[in-house]
Design a protein around this ligand. Structure first.
Ligand code: ATP
Length: 211
């Protein structure tokens, strides 16, 4: 089983791709979901984040207000320190849980699929910072589309304001940087049928059946 680090910028189609791959029996370890899990209400992770950023990043039910936190992180585009502090709290927690979930699949004899996807939105940013990919990733697959498509899809999906999306885009790796680390590029400027066509190719039999 190959462990695939799946990445792509905001709104590039990572979740959509994983859903389509699930129809072929391919599971996903979702690091976005893990990043929420490690700051769930009453978690040690959330307590650390509140200590750093204040109670105003909590909703009234004590869950994390991600929009409020994001505003703090991206408030000043030139100041990376808040983002770095957050990463220093969250990364070790996310890393440990991600590795645990991958191991669970590796040890699960009922999981016989050729791939396990590990969706890591900031995979390339991490490589640029550390100089190497995570040990547990065998290949890097990149969801790729134009920035216009990213902005259009992300804003339609979330109703996030355009400035915020552009701000996030500026802080993410460029399209070219992602492409340069890709073992496979999945093109997602087209419709869902086009995306599906590429996926089917991963599973098309190498030999045609002879009758
Ligand atoms: P993020 O990192 O921001 O969470 P993502 O990379 O997981 O985003 P998706 O949520 O899969 O991206 O896609 C963004 C939006 O674009 C969704 O509303 C999704 O339904 C839509 N979308 C993705 N791919 C396509 C496509 N090929 N055709 C039409 N809509 C698409």
């Amino acid at each position: 089983m190959k462990v695939i680090g799946l990445t792509g910028g905001i709104g590039s189609g990572k979740s959509t791709f994983c859903e389509l791959m699930a129809e072929h029996g391919i599971a996903t370890v979702d690091t976005d979901q893990i990043s929420r899990q490690v700051v769930a209400p009453n978690s040690a992770g959330l307590a650390q984040v509140v200590k750093e950023f204040g109670v105003e990043i909590l909703n009234s039910d004590d869950s994390l207000n991600r929009a409020a936190l994001r505003e703090k992180i991206f408030a000043d585009p030139l100041d990376q320190s808040a983002r770095q502090k957050l990463e220093m709290i969250l990364h070790p927690l996310i890393q440990a849980e991600t590795q645990k979930q991958i191991q669970d699949y590796q040890q699960d004899e009922s999981y016989q699929a050729p791939y396990l996807l590990v969706a890591i939105p900031l995979l390339v940013e991490g490589i640029l910072k550390k100089g190497h990919k995570p040990d547990y990733v065998d290949e890097i697959w990149v969801l790729d589309c134009s920035e216009e498509t990213q902005i259009q899809r992300a804003s339609q999906r979330d109703g996030v304001n355009l400035e915020n999306i552009k701000n996030i885009l500026e802080h993410q790796a460029s399209r070219e940087q992602r492409q340069s680390y890709a073992d496979k590029i999945i093109h997602n400027d087209g419709d869902l049928a086009k995306l599906n066509q590429q996926i089917k190719r991963f599973f098309s039999p190498t030999k045609a059946k002879s009758h």
